[in-house]
Design a protein around this ligand. Sequence first.
Ligand code: MF3
Ligand code: CO
Length: 252
Amino acid sequence: MGIVNGHDLDLMRESGRIVRKALDEMMAMTVPGVSTKEIEMTGRKVIEKEGATPSFLGYNGYPAATCVSLNSEVVHGIPSHDRIVKEGDLVSIDVGAFKNGFHADAADTVVVGLADPRAMLLVRTTYEARDRGIAAARAGATLGDVGAVIQETAESQGFSVVRALVGHGIGRKLHEPPQVPNFGRAGRGMKLTEGLALAIEPMVNIGGYRVRTLEDNWTIVTIDGSLSAHAEHTLVVCGSEPLVLTGNSGYH
Ligand code: MF3
Ligand code: CO
């Protein structure tokens, strides 16, 4: 379990800063006509220029440094020269960086150009769910408190939260215990303690919560083809509001 303090926290902040920078540059170039591979190359360049390595590249054989998932793709979209972003697309970008022995991990979602109001509501609700989940993640609260507020936020708009994928502890490894479900019941589950580093990452669908994996063995899509949004931060639990290490994008 990733309990960080003092010097380790400073190192993890640095990884978080790099993730933020990569994500900001990737988000800024997400306009009609750009390929998801070009977005990947920009993110990878930022990470490497900052003296970090991409957390995802080679993880369980994942073939890229970032995930760029379009529309009904939930997560783990593999960047490709053939995937061109177009007006109205919902684009989720996920990136992790490893430096000085510590990982940070974050994701943002944007709807490109003239957006369908329902897609915009989905994106706004996903950020709200994540940020309310983060606010609930303080020492003495439980994982169920976090999951419950995320689930309530999504479902209050008629959306659903993906069950098959969850957030995670993070630190010296990209994925550490505990698992952090985006659903649950207040008061249930593990109690959070100061210094625990978590990646909280709701995936919210307009339709049902069920997902499947494409033939590339990575891309996760909604079963019903409905749009899906993803928002993630890496944070450290404190006595009051947690310390968010992957910053603020200014996109929401
Ligand atoms: N943010 C995702 C996660 O925490 C990204 C993992 S992609 C992988 O699970 F390629 F590294 F698997
Ligand atoms: Co993650």
